[in-house]
Design a protein around this ligand. Sequence first.
Ligand code: FES
Length: 141
Amino acid sequence: MKTEADPTALAEDIRDLDVSDVTVIVCSSCRDETASDARPRAGEFLAQDTARAAASENIRVRQVECLGNCKRRLSAALLRDGCWSYVFGDLTTESGPDLITGAKLFATATDGILPWRGRPDSLKRGLVARIPPLAIVKDIS
Ligand code: FES
């Protein structure tokens, strides 16, 4: 029987979920610490690493040219319909598995919020912003 204290139980639960409504967006234009403009850029390597990590998962991975987070180096975002959106920075070219772990964790959310517990450290330390879904944004009165 699975218990909440059993870390493998969480992993098994996540594996069984439909994660098809979560999208990982990776900035392919981000430079590494050398700030070199040479191609391929570090962001492209992160995008490839993320796509590899998602290969056996039903998670969309897409690339974009700049998330407007250039000062925090390698950047990516997690999106899910009707949920908060998350932007991360300070990632590395090997952060793909963390992004996919975060995407699978996000798929478990019933409140539209990426859970803190179980989130990889890189997605805790690297959080830049979270953006609410339009449905919960209130008018200014
Ligand atoms: S170049 Fe990647 S966030 Fe701007």
